[in-house]
Structures are given as structure tokens and as C-alpha cells.
Write a protein that binds this ligand. Structure first.
Ligand code: NAD
Length: 265
């Protein structure tokens, strides 16, 4: 097993890790010898299959907690569960997120509330519960998966863009509060990554803009990224592993773009 980042034996909670980016990040942590609590929605049988397969492949302890990221009490319970089962929580990755694409005047109020809850407030609740554990241990790493949309906007994504800008504000505030305790808090701002979230967006954007899905992919999605390529899971994992390693100790309160140059324009 690779131990290049010196993470063996540490414990992590990764929200929204039953799919897409969160699943890839949880797998990358497990491959480095980190015990992981998975979280997210999906088919119960599939989640259990994935959990057992990851534990077997990586030779670490992999648990699952089904906390709904819109429910503060469930979130607190998940952090308490991780601490009780592993005796520590060294790494928290706030990744759970959803999207809804609609013009502002038609944006459903319940979608606004849901996106703010899952994409922004859930990170407040997880961090609030994790920081006392990390401070007591004198070390910890918090990585918030924000977005290029934490730095710039696109039309029809009012709630998502507002939530992701909020995540950067939360990241900076927490970074200042934990800096003297061996804890860091940073945000990763990916451009487009080909996950179910983006595949749904292609369909939604094609409705909102009156374009075919192929046109959306070419003229909207990849048009934003100067490389004209999706960001890959292992590229995101490499950045996260650096941030959570001891080498990442001086990176704190940063919003790190990994977007093929999107936000340079
Ligand atoms: P995804 O849809 O593949 O995965 C989202 C995960 O969040 C799933 O595990 C899902 O079950 C979970 N989730 C959703 N609602 C939840 C809730 N209420 N409680 C608990 N879990 C919940 O999406 P993804 O593309 O992998 O996105 C992951 C993160 O990356 C999101 O925060 C997203 O905003 C961000 N991001 C994605 C892209 C991209 O292009 N895919 C780009 C930038 C940022």
C-alpha cells in the first residue's frame, strides 16, 4: 500500500461519498491507509457493496453513516460516530452537493433552501462538530469542495453560486480560528468534472437554454475550461492528499483552483 503522504492510521469523514468526486476522494484516502466514514444517498445494497469492497481493497476500516446533510442533528451524530468508532477525526472533507439550474425569476424557493442547506450550511455543521476534536488532538485538516463557482458566476445557478461563494467565506473564517491549533481549513475549487451532477446539468441546461445536450457540452460546459477537458478524479485526489498531508501544513484559508484555467480568464 502506498504511504507516500504519511497518512496511514488517520481517520476521515467524507460527506457525499457514495458518488462522483466524494467517492473518488474517499477511495484515495483509503488507498493511503486512512480509515474512512462514507456518507451519502443511494441504493442501500450498492452502498454496502462499495463500502465492503473499499475496505477489502485498501485494507482499512470503512464505515458508512447515512446522515442527511440538511439535518444538523444527523450531521452531529455522524461526527460523534466517527470519533466513537475510530477514536479520532483527523480529516474532514465537505463534499456533498447538489445543483439546480433555472432563471432567477423561476428558481423554486425549496431548491434555493435545499442547495444552501446541503452545499453551505452542512459544512458549518460538520466543521462545528469536528473542530473541538481536532483542537484537542492538536492537529486536523478540513477540505471544503467548493467550485469555480465559488469564485465566478454563471447564469441560472443563483443558489449554487451563492452557496459556493459562502463556502469560501466559511473556509477563510475557520482557517483563522484554527490556525494556532495545528489545524488547517482550505477550499478546492474544481472546474467541470464528469460526474452524475454534471450529467444532470447538461440535461437541465439544455432545457433552460433551448440547446441540444451536445451543444451544451461543447458550447457551455467545456467552453468554460481553456483546456477543453474535464478535470479528472485523480487530479483532485492529488491536490486533496497534499492538503491533508503534513507537507500541506502552511496552506491555510486558501481557495485552490483546479479548473484548467477557467477562472484565469
Ligand atoms: P454527485 O451528484 O456525483 O455526488 C453528490 C454526493 O452528495 C452523492 O454522494 C449524494 O448522495 C450526496 N448528497 C446529496 N444530497 C445529500 C444530502 N442531503 N445528504 C447527504 N449526502 C447528499 O456530485 P459531484 O459532481 O461528485 O459533486 C460533489 C461536490 O463537488 C459537490 O459539492 C459539487 O458542488 C462539487 N463540484 C462538482 C463539480 C463537477 O463538475 N462535478 C465541479 C465543481 C464542484
Amino acid at each position: 500500500m502506498a504511504t507516500g503522504y504519511g497518512l496511514k492510521g488517520r481517520a476521515a469523514v467524507v460527506t457525499g461519498s457514495t458518488s462522483g468526486i466524494g467517492q473518488a476522494l474517499a477511495r484515495a484516502l483509503a488507498a493511503e491507509g486512512v480509515n474512512v466514514v462514507l456518507n451519502g444517498f443511494g441504493d442501500a445494497g450498492q452502498i454496502e457493496k462499495d463500502r465492503a469492497a473499499l475496505a477489502e481493497a485498501a485494507g482499512v476500516s470503512v464505515l458508512y453513516h447515512g446522515a442527511d446533510m440538511t439535518k444538523p442533528a444527523e450531521i452531529a451524530d455522524m461526527l460523534a460516530y466517527a470519533k466513537a468508532r475510530f477514536g479520532r477525526v483527523d480529516i474532514l472533507v465537505n463534499n456533498a452537493g447538489v445543483q439546480h439550474v433555472a432563471p432567477i425569476e423561476d428558481f423554486p424557493i425549496e431548491k434555493w433552501d435545499q442547495i444552501i442547506a446541503i452545499n453551505l450550511s452542512s459544512a458549518f455543521h460538520t466543521i462545528r462538530a469536528a473542530v473541538p476534536i481536532m483542537k484537542a488532538a492538536g492537529q486536523g485538516r478540513i477540505v471544503n469542495i467548493a467550485s469555480a463557482h465559488g469564485l465566478v458566476a454563471s447564469p441560472f445557478k443563483a443558489a449554487y453560486v451563492a452557496a459556493k461563494h459562502g463556502v469560501l467565506g466559511l473556509t477563510k473564517t475557520v482557517a483563522l480560528e484554527v490556525a494556532e491549533h495545528g489545524v488547517t481549513c482550505n477550499a478546492i475549487c474544481p472546474g467541470y468534472v464528469k460526474t452524475p451532477l454534471v450529467e444532470h446539468q447538461i440535461a437541465d441546461q439544455s432545457k433552460a437554454r433551448g440547446m441540444t445536450p451536445d451543444e451544451v457540452m461543447r458550447e457551455v460546459i467545456l467552453a468554460a475550461q481553456p483546456t477543453k477537458k474535464f478535470v479528472e478524479f485523480d487530479q483532485l485526489a492529488g491536490l486533496m492528499l497534499y492538503l491533508v498531508s503534513d507537507q500541506g501544513a502552511s496552506v491555510n484559508g486558501a481557495a485552490l483552483s483546479i479548473d484548467g484555467g477557467w477562472t484565469a480568464a
